[in-house]
Design a protein around this ligand. Structure first.
Ligand SMILES: Cc1cc2nc3c(=O)[nH]c(=O)nc-3n(C[C@H](O)[C@H](O)[C@H](O)COP(=O)(O)O)c2cc1C
Length: 182
């Protein structure tokens, strides 16, 4: 479901994100997150840019436990799987820009992001990738989108370490401004 931004209707940008609450990496240890890191970053970006928001949810939700999630993701990457998205997809026709957010999973985007970009029609649109991560930064995520979306204008992405989201305001602002959304 699409949530309209508090800045009202008429937004030309849609923020699409996937995030998993639960046990995750945190400062070298583990922490149980009620709200996933990428969701928190997505909320900050949406508040600043006034874009609409669509959350990708897995029809078969990922475990809250970290290790089984890692194992499932390795299996899905090995099988080049396309995990099913729960509910309907957004109608992208009124948006010229789509922000695509996810965690980094095993140096790539989660496979459910491939499900999304192959199901949605992103041709001719500007795509702004963003990720949260523990150690490996943007990794192959934005290049992966460039390969998969040759008919979209995939811009340089924003990568924020999960533990640093609260201090990321100026990076978010600069990235949005560089892409005409600030
Ligand atoms: C299955 C899995 C694989 C991960 N792989 C990486 C990785 O390759 N590089 C990295 O820096 N962080 C990795 N992480 C850590 C997450 O990217 C990081 O904690 C992120 O902020 C989680 O976002 P979320 O709470 O929105 O899911 C991984 C986490 C999980 C659960």
């Amino acid at each position: 479901m699409i949530a309209s931004s508090k800045h009202g209707t008429g937004s030309r940008a849609l923020l699409v994100y996937f995030s998993r609450p639960g046990e995750n990496y945190w400062e070298g240890g583990r922490r149980d997150l009620d709200i996933g890191n990428t969701k928190r970053l997505a909320q900050l970006i949406a508040a600043r840019s006034g874009c609409d928001v669509y959350e990708i949810r897995a029809a078969d939700p990922y475990p809250r436990a970290y290790d089984p999630t890692v194992q499932r993701n390795v299996r899905e990457q090995d099988q080049d799987a396309r995990p099913v998205i729960a509910g309907g997809l957004p109608d992208l026709r009124r948006y010229s820009t789509v922000l695509l957010g996810s965690p980094v999973w095993n140096v790539r985007a989660p496979m459910i992001m491939s499900t999304f970009i192959e199901s949605a029609d992103l041709r001719g649109k500007t795509v702004l990738p963003f990720v949260t991560y523990a150690v490996s930064g943007m990794s192959a995520v934005d290049d992966g989108y460039r390969d998969a979306l040759p008919r979209s204008d995939v811009r340089d992405g924003l990568a924020v370490r999960g533990e640093d989201i609260d201090g990321a305001d100026s990076d978010i602002e600069a990235w949005l401004r560089a892409n005409g959304l600030g």
